[in-house]
Design a protein around this ligand. Structure first.
Ligand code: 4AD
Ligand code: MG
Length: 430
């Protein structure tokens, strides 16, 4: 008999098919058993009537435990009331493995318990919705850049030096040397942009941040485009087009998942260019007016970002930060050199910074000076300086944190559910 995935049963109405999956849930009485079966592509209810099957089969249906793996046969029937629109009239069933008592039950479990059972928690409908949205977003990110002739260039993960500052590096032995897990692929993308013009990388990045907030992971995925001859303004336009594109893809293709997550699509439909822009100076004014204890030159805390973002119903750009608080590689504003041509993009609803971007210094002398001011070892960065000696041009790029975007789009409060196996301050298991 033909094995059919649950998502495809609609093409087999009236026919007997086989489904291979796991038991999600069941109810039974003396005469009839309802088995909800999932196979990863969906869920379907199978109805088994005692007098229509062998007695052993009906007995098995009554015994089979939650999450047992099984293969069932049945005839597909259209049923408007059924969740996916179809039901199966079961004709047979084989248990592949009878599952031990499953620890995750419909009752409320604490988050620590669920995170300790993340390997099983991934089977739950809400986690499915989140992972499918994640998968959709990864594809949308790649499609956006691929369609514009960007080249995907993978950055290394083991690196000799810091990109975003030395305080959050994970260190590891590299034979006789010390290596660090990459905080960002940016510096390598700059090399690649000088070779290919428009490039991006997409991979895991690592930050040893001793912060235990809902917005921080130790290992997160970042997509980082870098474009030669692109300046600050154009960089921000690229960001708003990009974010609008990927949000639309989720709206178009993952409506069902948003519904499972009880996320109102009308909020996301507003995410179209142009996004509002405020300068860092204006942001400080707004925060001071709201009574925040912050002065010019300070970085925003999570709460500050929420106050700023709450003024708008779309993501908002914060433009031109003080050079001193930002990374060494940022191009100064020619009109106000105390400011960097750098922006953050803050998501609505308290999700904080989803993008950090900037124009990069292209002048070798200025870059060398900045590296000295930041006490960076010149030999580790020699190659990066080299780029400024051979056809240096203005260039810009940005990094978008995938998990923060998933959290915002999905409306889940904490990043831990947006990545299959979260790495956090107090968690390296499972
Ligand atoms: O602002 P960041 O530090 O920028 C960079 O790393 C640049 N080198 C990127 C570039 O221009 N190519 O980080 C970029 C984004 C942040 O806006 C945020 O979305 C995310 O990465 N991010 C984190 N996400 C989860 N957990 C953390 N600990 C994160 N740190 C940054
Ligand atoms: Mg940043």
């Amino acid at each position: 008999m033909e094995h059919v995935y649950i998502s495809q049963v609609g093409e087999h109405v009236g026919k007997e098919i086989k489904i291979k999956g796991w038991l999600y849930n069941k109810r039974s009485s003396g005469k009839i058993a309802f088995l909800i079966i999932r196979d990863g592509t969906g869920r379907i209810q199978g109805v088994m009537v005692k007098k229509e099957v062998e007695p052993e089969v009906f007995a098995l249906a009554r015994e089979v435990t939650q999450e047992s793996s099984l293969e069932v046969t049945g005839v597909v029937r259209e049923d408007e009331r059924a969740p996916g629109g179809y039901e199966l009239n079961l004709t047979g069933m084989q248990v592949v493995q009878m599952a031990a008592e499953y620890p995750i039950t419909p009752k409320e479990h604490g988050v620590e318990f669920l995170m300790n059972h993340r390997h099983l928690w991934l089977r739950s409908p809400k986690q499915h919705a989140l992972m499918r949205i994640r998968s959709e977003l990864v594809k949308a990110c790649r499609d956006f850049f691929d369609q514009q002739e960007f080249v995907l260039i993978d950055a290394p993960i083991l690196t000799p030096a810091a990109c975003e500052g030395t305080t959050t590096l994970f260190e590891t032995e590299y034979f006789e040397e010390t290596a660090y897990l990459s905080q960002s692929g940016q510096l390598y993308m700059e090399a690649a942009a000088m070779a290919f013009g428009k490039v991006y990388c997409f991979g895991p990045t690592f930050r040893a941040e001793k912060s235990k907030t809902r917005r921080h992971l130790m290992e997160f995925w970042m997509i980082e485009p870098e474009v030669a001859y692109l300046e600050h303004e154009g960089n921000m336009e690229l960001q708003e087009q990009f974010i609008s594109y990927i949000v639309k893809k989720v709206l178009d293709n993952r409506g069902e998942e948003l519904e499972i997550l009880e996320q109102d699509p009308s909020k996301l439909q507003k995410v179209v260019p142009p996004f509002p822009r405020i300068s860092y100076d204006e942001a400080i004014d707004i925060l001071q007016q709201q009574g925040a204890d912050i002065s010019w030159g300070d970085d925003f805390g999570g709460d500050d970002e929420t106050v700023l973002a709450n003024q708008f119903d779309k993501p908002v750009f914060i433009d031109r930060f003080p050079t001193d608080m930002k990374a060494f590689y940022m191009e100064p504003d020619p009109e106000r050199p105390e400011l960097a041509l750098a922006n953050d993009l803050l998501a609505p609803d308290g999700y904080g910074e989803i993008i950090g971007g900037s124009q990069r210094i292209h002048d070798p002398d200025l870059l060398r000076r900045r590296m000295q001011e930041h006490d960076l070892p010149e030999d580790s960065y020699q190659w990066y300086l080299d780029l400024r000696l051979y056809g240096s041009v203005p260039h810009s790029g940005f990094g978008m944190g995938l998990e923060r975007v998933i959290a915002w789009i999905s409306g889940v409060p904490h990043l831990r559910e947006t990545i299959p196996f979260a790495r956090m301050l107090n968690r390296l298991y499972p």
